[in-house]
Design a protein around this ligand. Structure first.
Ligand SMILES: [Zn+2]
Length: 457
């Protein structure tokens, strides 16, 4: 049976307009005014916005950090995603050192299969590089992996500048885009020791050990490496105005540099590390939260089109049982915060409703750009004939508030506790099937693995 979504305002990055959408099976069959089909189910969307399903291209679900594991797995994390209107996530399949890429992808399939409530794909995080790993890149593409990640920080993950150069060159041959976590890991290690030595063992020491320059220097270095390799790149979770300046400079010399930032770098600031009773630990993530002027420059960049995507870097650890691992030493606090459930409503409330970005820009940042960059467009990230019926019917007037007591992310706090919100994903369709109604999940585990790159061929 077909479904016709009637009379909603369809939002695209270029314009918004009132139209009907007819879905047949998994895909959009027709878009136009006054669509008729006696056999179709009619969904009234008058007075509602209709977005293409949102894509979160940065999550860490069921991630084992070596001494603890994220509190959200694929079951709970993807349920939280779909409830908020995110129909697709891209998680980071991470290679354990010594492991082949094939093994790493296999591990992530095992973690996600059959229990995911939104669609999902994997970026491949390379933590160990040699000729053997290089020879696997062609096969990765066949498995639907078109993007990679490397780390410049974290001793168990980071690789050298030369290896990053080598990977960029290899990806030119095999296809694929490399994103990098840009912080100078060596400097971070030294500056952590410096803070601990001074007696700054509480969460206050966290931002002091990772100042803005630590990110900006790494961003500039990554950009230079990419210049030498003559390759496009993307920078994950950019957080500072200095790093943004490096990106803008690189684009002026003709480099293709794509940038992601996250809601936390727009809405939260480093004064939170000074909260009493170890509460600052709730905000320990890397890069750390920054100052008001950084937030402002990121908002400006969003409105001017200098930032391409909003991901969450969702990486949840319970405050009471996991963040406490670093009670005596901030560097032992597991790094990461939850956010996959709330990204759309935060960007709508504090971006669109506050006039900092338009709803069309929100559509680009949360849907179209991640779909394009990560080889899913126009099957995903678009409301066009032939696209998947990944559709969010958005109620602009719904008033809510964010709280750990009403979220479904499986974590005992939210960094946005008490934030008032406007709007919500009232109905969500995943490949033509209604999975969220009245803001509640009505169909679980409907997500499937998305083999990316198929739309490119
Ligand atoms: Zn991350």
């Amino acid at each position: 049976m077909s479904i016709i979504i009637k009379g909603g305002t369809i939002v695209t990055p270029r314009k918004s307009y009132i139209s009907d959408i007819k879905i047949k099976g998994e895909k959009i069959e027709e878009i136009g005014l006054d669509l008729k089909d006696d056999n179709a189910e009619i969904i009234n969307a008058e007075g509602r916005l209709v977005f293409p399903g949102f894509i979160d291209s940065h999550t860490h679900l069921d991630l084992d950090t070596g001494y603890t594991k994220t509190s959200d797995n694929f079951k709970t994390g993807t349920a939280a995603a779909i409830k908020g209107g995110t129909t697709t996530i891209l998680d980071f399949a991470t290679q354990n050192r010594g492991e082949s890429l094939k093994e790493a992808v296999g591990n992530w399939h095992n973690l996600s299969k059959g229990i995911s409530s939104c669609d999902y794909g994997f970026h491949m995080a390379i933590t160990h590089w040699n000729e053997e790993v290089k020879s696997e890149l062609g096969k990765m593409k066949d498995q639907g992996i078109t993007s990679y990640k490397a780390y410049m920080a974290y001793d168990n993950l980071r690789i050298s500048d030369g290896e990053i150069y080598d990977i960029l060159k290899a990806l030119k041959e095999y296809g694929g885009l490399l994103g990098v976590h840009c912080e100078n890991g060596d400097l971070v290690n030294t500056m952590i020791r410096e803070q601990i030595k001074r007696g700054n063992t509480s969460p206050k020491g966290h931002p002091l050990s990772r100042p803005n320059i630590v990110e900006a220097e790494a961003v500039s270095r990554f950009i230079d490496i990419a210049y030498l390799a003559d390759a496009p790149i993307y920078i994950v979770h950019l957080s500072t105005k200095e790093a943004l300046e490096e990106v803008i400079k690189a684009r002026r010399r003709g480099q293709k540099v794509y940038v992601e930032t996250c809601p936390q770098y727009l809405l939260l600031q480093d004064k939170l590390y000074f909260l009493e009773n170890f509460e600052g630990a709730k905000y320990v993530l890397s890069p750390p939260l920054r100052k008001k002027e950084d937030c402002e420059s990121l908002w400006r960049a969003l409105s001017e089109g200098d930032i391409d995507m909003i991901g969450t870097d969702h990486c949840s650890f319970n405050f009471h049982s996991q963040k406490t691992l670093g009670f005596k030493d901030f560097s032992k606090i597991p790094n990461g915060i939850p956010g996959v459930e709330h990204r759309p409503v935060l960007m709508y409330t504090y971006g669109v409703m506050e006039g900092r970005i338009t709803k069309e820009q929100m559509c680009s940042l949360l849907s179209e750009m991640p779909a394009k960059l990560f080889s899913m467009y126009p099957l995903k990230g678009a409301l066009e004939v032939g696209s998947y019926g990944d559709i969010v019917i958005w109620d602009e007037n719904y008033q809510g508030n964010i709280s750990s007591t009403n979220q479904i992310q499986k974590v005992d706090y939210t960094p946005y506790e008490g934030f008032k919100t406007l709007g919500r994903a009232e109905k969500v369709f995943l490949r033509g099937t209604l999975v969220v109604d009245e803001g509640r999940i009505v169909k679980e585990n409907y997500g499937r693995y998305i083999k990316r790159g198929e739309a490119d061929d």
